[in-house]
Design a protein around this ligand. Structure first.
Ligand SMILES: Nc1ncnc2c1ncn2[C@@H]1O[C@H](COP(=O)(O)OP(=O)(O)OP(=O)(O)O)[C@@H](O)[C@H]1O
Length: 593
């Protein structure tokens, strides 16, 4: 993130705001211009008001007062103090009605923009490929969607307010220039010098705003670690480090926020003071150096009084807008980045009824594009076959499972199903055929039943019960306070590790899948329950192809083929007995248990 944005980038960001909802923007511009025009009419009506009052009712015949007199005459209305006051009242009523409409449109624009940003952020998050999450983590995503988007909405608000006020400034200046050109030019010059001086002495709103945005990200990170990782935080006594990180981030947040507000107040009050002094100077100059009529002088001073707060408010808003732009730009950049990491491209072919055989043909893969994690991996699974992968930690087994589920794509080689590369198949259809159970499955914060039905809403109660028996969920369901209706809590916090694995297994078995990928899926179960689960899966009348990854080798001794993986390559293949006889890597792993 740059220290400060260039003029071009700021303009681009403003263009983004303006082009978000052109209809609202046009309405706001239109209402803003009309408001300013009506304000101008209302203010200039002061001139005839004073002049008519001074001349005891005689109609003026020149200048501003004369122009208004002609309009009244054209409308067939008398030009008296009373009718002028009524005219002012009418103009002000319409003017404030337009202000109301502008504010309404402004809130619409702001809320719609926030909603649009958050929805785009969340949609793109769901559509982003896994590799993006591996790299970025979820903290920044959460922060962008939940926090930054709100501040981005404030940028829109500040922008619209600034625009409204700028219109008024143009109008007031126009009137002032008409009434007293020289005094106005001098006043604008003085205000210009003040603005230049302030902008060059006060730290840019963008720089401070960027510090606020950065602090928000750090706060989010600390809070997430402190909530999602609370058990590790407590057992590893990581709390004080987190508290320090949080404290530092809060310090940065508070310091930068106060700085922004202080500078806003400084700008506002510097302007208010300068303009108050300027007005007294102008009164003096008008009396001493000019021969303005009371009407014109009154209107000129009135305009100057009105102009003061509007100018200071505009500068304050401008500073505020600069402070909010980093949030807007960061959120938009975040969404752009997500869009540059869309879900893996898939073909459109439907997956055939029977996708066997599934093969890996010389598959190589690297997560970061440099270090190869899998090299030349080839294997085959036929209908109803049970193949297993074993190997040391970090050998690349889970990567094989992820590639099979098409969470990543191979860098070279190919994965095929029914003789066709899997990337020709529709990705959702393919994933619906691969039931993937991970060692640490995510459990959704809803009931047990909803967790089970996630991938198959139409399953009958009998099917549900059946998979729960196989996965040994029925073994503990009666102990839950509401049986299948029990809320499982955030990431299944109310379940034990083994229970979570069983829920994930039942959920996978309920899917209408052809390939069952079990990545250490029963590692937390005791051997008794594990063998019951295995027997249950084997007893199913479905001809799953099963790919199992296991550290506990006893669980895969029945496999049709076992592959030993070492440093990303398959170094052995065969059945349990023959591999033991070979006395190689597998035998070594087995004897170590
Ligand atoms: N998302 C990722 N991004 C970058 N590198 C990764 C990622 N996941 C795994 N790796 C790396 O890839 C290599 C293989 O990891 P993988 O998880 O496939 O091994 P594994 O054999 O399943 O290990 P374990 O038995 O410990 O689960 C490891 O060096 C790991 O550090």
């Amino acid at each position: 993130m740059p220290e400060d944005l260039g003029f071009r980038e700021k303009l681009n960001a403003l263009y983004l705001i303006a082009s978000f909802k052109p209809r609202f923007t046009t309405a706001i511009v239109g209402f803003g211009v009309l408001t300013a025009l009506l304000e101008g009419v209302g203010v200039t009506l002061i001139v005839p008001l004073i002049e008519v009052a001074q001349s005891s009712g005689a109609a003026p015949d020149g200048g501003i007062a004369g122009a208004f007199a002609s309009i009244y005459e054209f409308l067939g209305l008398p030009f008296t103090v009373g009718s002028i006051v009524l005219g002012v009242g009418l103009v002000l009523t319409v003017r404030y009605a337009f202000t109301f409409l502008t504010e309404w449109a402004r809130v619409h624009l702001r809320m719609n923009y926030v909603c649009d940003l958050q929805s785009r952020g969340f949609d793109n998050t769901l559509e982003a490929r896994i590799a993006y999450f591996d790299r970025e983590g979820s903290d920044d995503i959460l922060n962008a969607i939940v926090t930054q988007a709100q501040h981005a909405g404030e940028a829109i608000e500040a922008f619209v307010r600034m625009f409204q006020r700028s219109m008024l400034i143009v109008m007031y200046l126009g009137i002032a220039l008409y009434l007293a050109p020289r005094l106005t030019v001098v006043s604008v010059g003085l205000v210009g010098i003040l603005t230049f001086g302030l902008r060059n002495t006060i730290e840019s709103g963008y720089t401070i705003g960027d510090r606020v945005a950065d602090a928000n990200e750090k706060i989010q990170r600390a809070v997430q670690a402190g909530t999602q990782g609370i058990r590790e935080v407590k057992t590893l006594r990581y709390g004080s480090k987190l508290r320090n990180d949080f404290g530092d981030a809060m310090g940065q947040f508070v310091d930068a926020s106060i700085r922004v507000k202080r500078n806003e107040a400084l700008i506002g009050n510097a302007y208010n003071l300068s303009i108050a002094l300027l007005i007294f100077g102008l009164i003096y100059a008008a009396f001493v150096f000019t021969s303005m009529s009371f009407g014109v002088l009154g209107a000129f001073l009135f305009v100057m009084f009105k102009l003061g707060p509007v100018v200071s408010g505009t500068n304050k808003r401008f500073y505020q807008l600069e402070g909010m732009l980093p949030h807007l730009i960061r959120t938009e950049e975040f969404i752009d980045t997500l869009q540059r990491h869309p879900e893996i491209e898939g073909g459109e072919e439907p997956v055939p009824e029977d996708p066997s055989p599934v093969t890996f043909e010389n598959v190589s893969f690297s997560y970061d594009g440099t270090e190869e994690v899998l090299s030349d991996v080839s294997f085959r699974m036929d209908e109803g076959e049970f193949v297993a992968f074993v190997g040391e930690s970090g050998a690349g087994k889970s990567t094989i499972a992820s590639l099979l589920a098409r969470l990543y794509t191979p860098d070279s080689g190919q994965i095929t199903a029914a003789g066709r590369p899997v990337n020709e198949y529709d990705i959702d259809d393919w994933r619906s055929r691969v039931a993937y159970v991970r060692q640490n499955p995510f459990i959704f914060n809803t009931t047990l039943e909803e967790n089970l039905r996630i991938a198959n809403q139409d399953a009958s109660p009998q099917e549900l019960e059946r998979v729960c028996e196989i996965a040994q969920v029925s073994e503990f369901v009666d102990d839950l306070p509401n049986g299948y209706g029990t809320e499982l809590g955030d990431d299944g916090v109310r379940l034990s590790g083994g229970q979570r694995q069983r829920v994930a297994l039942a959920r996978a078995l309920l899917e209408d899948a052809d390939v069952l990928v079990l990545d250490e899926a029963t590692s937390d179960l005791d051997t008794n329950i594990e063998s019951r689960v295995q027997a249950g899966i084997e007893s199913m009348d479905r001809e799953f192809m099963i790919l199992a990854i296991a550290h506990r080798l006893s669980t895969i001794s029945d496999a049709d083929r076992i592959y030993t993986v070492k440093d990303g390559t398959i170094v052995e293949r065969g059945e349990h007995e023959s591999l033991l006889e070979d006395d190689g890597q597998y035998a070594e792993l087995y004897s170590a248990q």
